[in-house]
Design a protein around this ligand. Structure first.
Ligand code: URA
Length: 192
């Protein structure tokens, strides 16, 4: 059993969202969590990266992408010239599903409002979709393979569709594509 994290209060609207996430009981995942995991990063971020849901390490630390997938993400962001501290990193679902199962439709629906708020507060240049759960939740689309690496504009927001970094741990052959996507993300961050 891990310890609950008392978050250092973040000012402003993002802090308000994080505070509400940390005590959220909108779905059953609140019962099994150690910590809810709000997004992290500056309100001035030009990019938001959206994963699926916290894993074990994230649940223990109360921070997104701090386990194995996070190490892949850190490395590939750095390789693409994107300091992690400049982007906002979050998940569709803010609490860890049991045994890291894929979140259910109900869990996604219960949580999606927080993600929409994070995106609307930050109003980023680009939202980077990391994997199938984020793709389904944000764009209502299934099947990453055909559209990976493309930018989709919906409701005046640009979305870059990419893989979940964990996928490259199981399938090393996917790493070059993920690297290209992170380079594309770097270009979008700098573009007007
Ligand atoms: N996988 C995710 O989708 N999100 C995390 O925060 C960690 C692993």
């Amino acid at each position: 059993i891990g310890a609950r994290i008392i978050h250092r209060m973040v000012d402003g609207p993002l802090g308000g969202i994080a505070a509400r996430v940390s005590v959220c009981t909108r779905c059953g995942l609140c019962e099994g969590r150690t910590n809810a995991v709000p997004g992290t990063g500056p309100a001035s971020a030009r990019a938001i990266l959206v994963g699926e849901a916290p894993g074990r390490e994230e649940d223990l630390q109360g921070k997104p992408f701090v386990g194995g997938a996070g190490r892949v993400l850190d490395k590939e962001l750095e390789r693409a010239g994107i300091p992690r501290s400049t982007v906002y990193i979050t998940n569709v679902v803010k609490c860890r599903p049991p045994k890291n199962r894929v979140p259910s439709d109900e869990e996604r629906d219960a949580c999606i409002e927080y993600l929409k708020e994070e995106i609307s507060v930050i109003n980023p240049r680009i939202v980077c979709i990391l994997g199938a759960t984020a793709l389904r939740s944000l764009l209502g689309l299934g099947g990453i393979t055909g559209i990976r690496g493309t930018i989709i504009n919906q409701d005046n927001t640009d979305y870059l569709v990419s893989l979940h970094p964990a996928a490259t741990m199981y399938r090393r052959d996917l790493l070059p594509a993920f690297r290209r996507d992170m380079k594309k993300l770097a270009g979008m961050i700098l573009s007007t």
